[in-house]
Design a protein around this ligand. Sequence first.
Ligand code: ISE
Length: 336
Amino acid sequence: MSVRLGFIGTGDLGADHVRRCANIMAGATVSALYNRTQSRAEKVARQFAPQARVTATPEELIESPQVDAVVISSASQTHEELVLKAIQAGKYVFCEKPLATTAEGCERILKTESAIGKRLVQVGFMRVYDQGYLNLKSLVDQKAIGPLLMAHAAHRNPTAGPHYTREMLISETLIHDVNTFHWLLGESFTAAQVLYPRSTSKVDAALQDPQLVILETESGVLIDVEIFVNCQFGYDVQCAFIGESGEIRLPEPARATVRRNGQNHTPITMGCKERFETAYDRELQAFVDGVTAGKLTGPDSWAGYVASATADACIRAQKSGHREDIRLIPQPGLYQ
Ligand code: ISE
């Protein structure tokens, strides 16, 4: 049996998901596409899935009997409503991050999914499928460096469009690191603080780029994350844990080293699609495999909620300049 996927949002990442479904993945077909600008969906269909139907509305796609499961890569503000509609229609749904733009929005999804009584949602936190992060996690789980004390991380993009706002450094970018540490450590966060170093002169100073976010976990691990979305030099993700007896560091992506002209250099990736290409392939394949087996295994709505609740606290901290507490609702039984 092939899972018939309907894709809502065929922009940059959405179109890439359609491509991987059409060309790389096993057990899935592209059945329908929707995009706010219909001509864009038609173009993506022509390119990768000429057999797919382009629908006039996202509801038509969700309700179509030709669609078994939905992949949402539309704008973040649309996620909550679309996820709710999909799960209320009894469809599995893969939703790009954030699950919703606020913790309250995620809570509504938790409530609805819990009432249905079955996991139907996977959130697009692709790093949990990256081989380097998986190595890091296995060492953390083995307690290879003893009890963990702190972590240093960086999340850098070469440039962000003029649409990027100070809050988006948190809600669109840091949110990946929040989820990653939640998954790596298996614990949530208790407080957040945001510090502003001197801003880069490459963009409007109002953006406050870069920012330094400090997160505290339940067990007292202190994490600093540098978010820098106009760093110019590449797409660069760093992560290191310091424990009582050593350090564990995320490996660099495998790239050949070139010795030439008196230099020895290794290229840096320039975008998330290149850096996490295999992770994206694996996350969507895991979703399709989960739908086929009737049991999803990837990041769930609870992970989406923890990430959004933590991001909300970071945004409060951006505004207040203070350390902000993070309080979570009790974890519903479905996700335990
Ligand atoms: C961006 O906003 C994303 O959504 C990507 O998934 C992430 O890899 C990138 O670094 C973010 O800035």
